[in-house]
Design a protein around this ligand. Structure first.
Ligand SMILES: NC(=O)c1ccc[n+]([C@@H]2O[C@H](COP(=O)([O-])OP(=O)(O)OC[C@H]3O[C@@H](n4cnc5c(N)ncnc54)[C@H](OP(=O)(O)O)[C@@H]3O)[C@@H](O)[C@H]2O)c1
Length: 275
C-alpha cells in the first residue's frame, strides 16, 4: 500500500493512499469483511461512532496478521457529543468499543454549525491527543470558514478533512482550501454510492480504454488529483480490485472529460445536522 506524507502534524508521519470505507460492515460479517480487506492490503480503516461497527473493525485489527502499528484505525465524533466534556467521553467510548489500546485518528464527523459547538469539540480532540488517547486528529465535512475558526482558536491544524469527492461532486474549491492550509483531503463516496456514476458513459468509456473496471478508473482519478479515497466494499474480490489502481495513468484529455461531469450534489455542511 503506497502512503503519502502528512502536510501538517509530526515530521515524517505518513498515511495510506487509499482507505477502506466501513459504513454498513457490521457484526460478525463486518469482522470477516474488514479482515478480508486487511488481508488484501488495506491499512487505513475508516469508521465512526455512528456506524455502530467500531467493535467489528477493532476486532478485525486485533486479529490481523499484520503489525498493529501498520494499521490506521480512524473514527469520528458524532454531533450530539460536541460539548467539551461529552466529546472527551465519546472519544474514550470509541476507544473502549474498538477494544484497541489507542485510536490512530479521530475526526469531527460534521461541523453542525447551527449547534455551534464544533470549536469546543476540536479543543477536546486537541486535549485527547495531548493525553495520548489518539495520535492524529482531523475533521470531516468542514468548510474553509470552519477550518479557519478551529485553527485560529487552537493553533492546531487538522491533519485531514474528509469530504465527498468523486467526478460528479469533485469539490475543487474545498480541496484547494484544504491544501492551502496544509490539510490532506480524504474522499468519501468515491464510487458515487447512490448515483449512476459507475455507469456514466464517460466513466465506462475511459475505463474501457485502460482495460479496467469503472471502479478502478474512479479510484485512479481520486489518487491522481491528490485525494485519499475511501471505497467501501463488503466483497473480498471488489476490495482487492479497488486497490489495483496505482499504475493507471490518465491523460490530460481524460481528466478534462471527467472534470466536465461535475454537478451540484452532496449535503450542505452549513445546514446538514449529523447527530
Ligand atoms: N464523513 C462522512 O460524512 C461520510 C459520508 C459517507 C461515507 N463516508 C465513508 O466513506 C466510505 C465510502 O463511501 P460510501 O460507502 O458512501 O460509497 P462508495 O464507496 O462510493 O460506494 C460503495 C458502493 O459501491 C459498491 N462497490 C464497491 N466496490 C465496487 C466495485 N469494484 N465495483 C462496483 N461496485 C463496487 C459497494 O458494494 P459492495 O459493498 O456490495 O461491494 C457499495 O454499494 C463509507 O463507507 C464511509 O466510511 C463518510
Amino acid at each position: 500500500m503506497p502512503d503519502i506524507p502528512l502536510l501538517s502534524g509530526p515530521d515524517g508521519a505518513r498515511i495510506p493512499a487509499i482507505g477502506l470505507g466501513t459504513y454498513d460492515l457490521r457484526g460478525a460479517d463486518g469482522v470477516t469483511q474488514t479482515a478480508s480487506a486487511i488481508a488484501a492490503g488495506y491499512r487505513l480503516l475508516d469508521t465512526a461512532f455512528n456506524y455502530d461497527n467500531e467493535g467489528a473493525v477493532g476486532r478485525a485489527i486485533a486479529e490481523a496478521a499484520v503489525p498493529r502499528e501498520s494499521l490506521v484505525y480512524s473514527t469520528k465524533l458524532p454531533g450530539r457529543y460536541h460539548r467539551h466534556d461529552l466529546a472527551r467521553w465519546a472519544i474514550e467510548e470509541s476507544l473502549f468499543r474498538s477494544g484497541l489500546d489507542r485510536l490512530d485518528m479521530v475526526l469531527i464527523h460534521w461541523p453542525n454549525p447551527r449547534i455551534g459547538l464544533y470549536a469546543e469539540a476540536w479543543r477536546a480532540l486537541v486535549e485527547a491527543r495531548e493525553a495520548g488517547l489518539v495520535t492524529m486528529i482531523g475533521v470531516s465535512n468542514f468548510l474553509p470558514e470552519h477550518l479557519d475558526r478551529i485553527i485560529g482558536d487552537t493553533g492546531v491544524t487538522p491533519v485531514l478533512n474528509q469530504i465527498l469527492v468523486n467526478p460528479y461532486v469533485p469539490h475543487d474549491e474545498w480541496r484547494a482550501a484544504d491544501a492551502e492550509r496544509g490539510i490532506l483531503t480524504e474522499g468519501y463516496s468515491p464510487l458515487g454510492n447512490g448515483t449512476d456514476l459507475v455507469q456514466n458513459g464517460s466513466v465506462t468509456r475511459i475505463a474501457a480504454a485502460h482495460e479496467v473496471s469503472p471502479a478502478r478508473l474512479l479510484l485512479a482519478w481520486a489518487v491522481t488529483i491528490g485525494v485519499i479515497p475511501l471505497p467501501k466494499s463488503a466483497t473480498a474480490s471488489r476490495q482487492a480490485e479497488n486497490l489495483d489502481v496505482f499504475d493507471i495513468e490518465l491523460t490530460g484529455d481524460e481528466l478534462e472529460e471527467l472534470a466536465s461531469l461535475a454537478r451540484a450534489g452532496g449535503a450542505d455542511p452549513l445546514t446538514h445536522e449529523e447527530l
